[in-house]
Unconditional design. Sequence first.
Length: 402
Amino acid sequence: MDACHPPANDRVPGHRPAGVNTAPRPRVWQGVLACAVTAVLITAAMLWWRPRVEARGEYLAFGTRVSVQLRAPNREAADRALAAIGPLLIHDHRAWHPWEPSDLTRLNAALAEGRPHRVGRDIAGLIRAAAIGDARSDGLFNPAAGRLIAAWGFHTSQYPVRTAAPTEQQVAALRAAMPRMREIQVDAQGIVTSRRREVQLDFNGLAEGYAAAQMRQLLRAEGVDDALLYVGGFVLAMGRDGHRPWTAGVRGPGGVLGAIDLRDGEALSSSGDYQRRRAGTRQDGGHIVDTRSGRPGQASAAASVIAIDPVLADMAATALMVAGPTGFDATVRRMHLNCALLVSHEGEVLITPALRDRLRLHDGTAAGVLRLRPGADAGGCDATGGRPPIPIELPSASARRP
């Protein structure tokens, strides 16, 4: 008999003694309660298992491909989310460009002349984030060194770089006058000042992570909680890929080292000298310049970091490239990184235990080249050393209009 439909009359047929309470007996109420609970569970299951709309968007910004793969509650939410990302990336590309005319080049020109300059809230946020990265990396990540980066020919979209290298005297002069992010001030109104006219800001080392964090804010505002965001060599996971985690590849100089499942909120930043570099031998170096030596970095071939702070992950991958194998342990501890790896030019892979436990190596990646190194804290990739995530600023709505 159907449990949701108890007998209409559970008394003996034809017998109804006078004065007897004819209210439903407890077992009838139990059946009614069971029906109600079942209905609630069925409704919850239908809501949980309801189909999600899958959508994908492709964009071009910062000289690289940007891809968004998402699952939205409905088609309208998916369309709104993808439509909002395009104008944001157009704005970021135009405003943050380090050598073509932009808000950033106008700021750099003002600082070179010793003048204060007002910037939008997104560039103000980038400056504050860059100062945190400089301090936590002890200067291995230094976006104030744009003059040195330009001197080596890396303010270009044409690779490999074939322009003449700076002379030893020029490198020595740039090193001697090297500015740091702590010498730049930005107030609550977005007024930027510095007493160091040598400052030239270049946000390439954190632009991908910062833009991905901005995109996440826009997606959440449109009700999208499940997405995988690719910005060049940077990946940010939101929620899940249906009933599975999102999966991404961890890159090395020879291709993909392995695959990893990214948890909600985790960012994977990869950096390397295998694409953007000067023409010539390895000694000519990739596009990441070591401000200590004044030369393109030669210590590392590739680095990857997983963290729940996307901007920190992006800056840390650059810092590890500069630190090299000899500075790997100290940088991991200083920046509180638990999931990090570094590939040397000799093919050796330094990797923290927390990342090694999660990385599924591809066939052909020899386990013998892996060297376990200690992480910064106990725990997984979400270790932060008790520090809050770096704040992210969106440009104003008017600035994002096409």
